[in-house]
Design a protein around this ligand. Structure first.
Ligand code: ADP
Ligand code: ASP
Ligand code: MG
Length: 404
């Protein structure tokens, strides 16, 4: 007998037929004698629709009310799945975040899980019941509903695996596992059998959806192996595990992309200590995340241009803040471009394989793709390019690094 947590994403519970399919997967796991906790996301598209409704009221919709609104999608899917299980003759019950309770901090719309109470659910599952828990949501000490950031039911599943000390944490989705790139834009994408926490964290932070970055980080910290699988096929999926259990044959493990990038250049600021701090301080205080930064200085060393990238949705606010500080920053002009994408290659094998950087740049140059900015870490290289070249760039890099 094993204790399992099975998480089904929005794409796995997107229709009533899919919910019935999920109920059958759960039924099979029960018949094998396992103790089961299921975590569900909202039906596909539901959370986005709810968010659009709040935007129609105000783009600055109150965060605490937004959490009540967005978390409602999971209430629907978790009751439908519990009902479907009962219908198959399986003892089952739904739990919303506050009923468990899953206690989080008060950081609305991106809360962290502090504690999960386990007694009641442990009692239920050890008496052959299937506990169906709503993902993505919790409750704060102020007794207000919180959510864990978009894609956060992955994090719910990892935290449940930790607090309930489960034997495995299985993430079911609409693709076969973690692939070498997004199959939606490159049909040559291949399934990866094993990937390290570090590589997966880079992949998901750099745009590959499959797993929420915070969930990968949580699993890495507590060393909880993740098994990503398809709801719609029996294939073996991908194991996300410790680096020490992986042999890196290739320099590059995967290619990721994120389309929603914007670039801002502040042209002609005085080149003296403190300028970059003056530019970025108001942005930081307004929760605007800066990604890539490039600074170049004029030949006489007196003036500099500072270029940086942000999420497209932060562009208007960023421009407002910089314009407000025009006198202090004393620049000539600001330029911006909001139709950009970041394409990245990721692989722990890069550390021991020299020449990856030039190969990447050469293959993009051969396709006449201009690089606008670059950032690197030990296990990834990212380039900023024009958004309409994303697919071309992903395909060429995927081929160049032998992933086809
Ligand atoms: P879920 O509904 O299960 O939470 P997500 O939409 O969050 O699913 O993640 C699955 C999707 O992620 C896939 O349909 C796929 O298009 C996309 N994706 C992007 N990059 C990758 C990748 N490297 N491997 C697998 N899927 C990817
Ligand atoms: N339903 C939530 C979202 O769309 C959580 C999740 O899917 O994991 O962000
Ligand atoms: Mg997801």
């Amino acid at each position: 007998m094993k204790r399992l947590v099975l998480k089904f994403g929005g794409s796995s519970v997107g229709t009533i037929d899919k919910i019935k399919k999920v109920a059958n997967i759960v039924k099979k796991k029960v018949s094998e004698g396992n103790q089961i906790i299921v975590v569900v996301s909202a039906m596909e598209g539901v959370t986005n629709d709810l968010k659009k409704k709040s935007d129609l009221i105000s783009k600055d919709f109150d965060n605490k009310e937004l959490d009540v609104l967005l978390s409602s999608g999971e209430q629907v899917s978790c009751s439908l799945l519990s009902g479907a299980l009962l219908n198959l003759g399986i003892k089952a019950r739904s739990w919303l975040g506050w009923q468990v309770p899953i206690i989080t901090n008060t950081n609305h719309t991106s809360s962290q899980i502090m504690k999960i109470k386990t007694e009641e659910i442990l009692d239920f599952i050890s008496n052959k019941g299937v506990a169906v828990i709503a993902g993505f949501q919790g409750i704060s000490k102020e007794i207000r509903i919180t959510t864990l950031g978009r894609g956060g039911s992955d994090l719910s599943a990892v935290a449940i695996a930790k607090f309930f000390k489960t034997d495995s944490c299985e993430i079911y989705t609409d693709v076969e596992g973690v692939l070498t790139t997004d199959p939606a834009i490159n049909k040559n994408a291949k399934k990866i059998d094993k990937i390290s926490y570090e590589e997966m964290l880079e992949m998901s932070s750099l745009g590959a959806k499959v797993m929420q970055p915070n969930a990968v980080q949580a699993s890495m910290i507590d060393n909880i192996p993740i098994h990503v699988k398809s709801t719609f096929s029996e294939k073996s999926g991908t194991k996300i595990i410790s680096e020490s259990d992986i042999d890196h044959k290739n320099a590059v493990t995967g290619v990721a992309y994120a389309k929603n990038n914007a670039k801002v250049s502040i042209v002609g600021v005085v080149d003296k200590p403190g300028v970059a701090a003056d530019v970025f301080e108001p942005l930081g205080k307004n929760n605007i995340n800066i990604d890539m930064v490039i600074q170049n200085t004029s030949l006489d060393g007196k003036k500099a241009n500072i270029t940086f990238t942000i999420k497209r949705e932060d562009l208007d606010k960023t421009l407002d803040l910089i314009e407000k500080d025009k006198e202090k920053l004393n620049y000539n002009k600001i330029t911006h471009d909001d139709k950009l994408a970041k394409v990245s290659i990721i692989g722990a094998g890069m550390i021991s394989n020299p020449g990856v950087t030039y190969k990447m740049f050469r293959s993009l140059a051969d396709e006449k793709i201009n690089i606008l900015a670059i950032s690197t870490s030990e296990i990834k290289i990212s380039v900023l390019i024009k958004e309409d070249l994303t697919q071309k760039a992903v395909k060429t890099l995927h081929k160049t690094f032998g992933l086809n």
